[in-house]
Design a protein around this ligand. Structure first.
Ligand SMILES: *Cc1c(COP(=O)(O)O)cnc(C)c1O
Length: 224
């Protein structure tokens, strides 16, 4: 039995404000599920493993915009650079430089988000606020002509305590405003705040998210 993807995505799309984009997180789900969402008009899909993504890209419609949402190893950048629409979880200057280099080879400019680490869990990756400030202050990123920093991404702590989730998301939203004012005031393309997943996207919308990444609530539980 196929999970009722079309009904679920229709429901979620009807709840999202006009100005919040949906990234349908399709990792570990089969092509049929992606096609079902596609038939509902969905065009942005998120994946977190390079090989799985490569297989899907080959066989699915060409107008899908693929977002890489997981931790990306620098040695994998070259494989996705030809087609990736956005790399959401940039967590080091080294990775940023590698994306720039590979994008140049493809004659492309690749959209990226800087990933913040604000959650309590040590396992999550990303910059803490001071690391991110330091990266931007160093200014090397300004020389990278083949990347476009589109905004910030983060994952809140995986907890039941709604106030904790809200606190972290608002911290990210405030930090976005700080960075926007200091470095991107004249750059209308720095405009994305990617937070909110299946269990917390409604909170994320209240905390100024522009892009929610939802998997389970659309496609059902993942079978690893
Ligand atoms: C898997 C994943 C999601 C989606 O999580 P769900 O709980 O299934 O909605 C969102 N963001 C990132 C970075 C992920 O790895």
């Amino acid at each position: 039995m196929m999970y009722p993807v079309r009904e679920s995505i229709r429901q979620i799309l009807s709840e999202l404000p006009q100005d919040v984009k949906l990234v349908a997180v399709s990792k570990f789900h089969p092509n049929e599920y992606i096609e079902a969402a596609y038939q509902e008009g969905q065009r942005i899909f998120g994946e977190s493993r390079e090989q799985e993504l490569a297989k899907k890209v080959e066989s699915l419609p060409k107008d899908i915009q693929w977002h890489f949402i997981g931790h990306l190893q620098t040695n994998k950048v070259k494989y996705i650079a030809p087609y990736i629409s956005m790399i959401e979880a940039v967590d080091s200057l080294k990775l940023l430089k590698e994306i720039d280099k590979q994008a140049a080879k493809c004659g492309r400019k690749i959209d990226v988000l800087l990933e913040l680490h604000l959650a309590k869990e040590e396992t999550k990756s990303g910059f803490d606020l001071d690391e991110c400030r330091e990266l931007l202050a160093r200014g090397e990123w300004k020389q990278l002509q083949n990347i476009q920093i589109r905004g910030l991404m983060m994952m809140a702590s995986f907890v039941d305590d709604e106030s904790q989730i809200r606190k972290e998301m608002m911290q990210a939203a405030d930090f976005f405003d700080e960075v926007k004012a200091q470095y991107f005031q004249d750059d209308p393309l720095f405009n994305e705040r990617s937070w909110g997943m299946s269990h917390d996207y409604k909170i994320a919308i209240e905390c100024h998210s522009t892009m929610v990444r939802i998997g389970t609530s659309i496609f059902g539980p993942r079978v690893y």
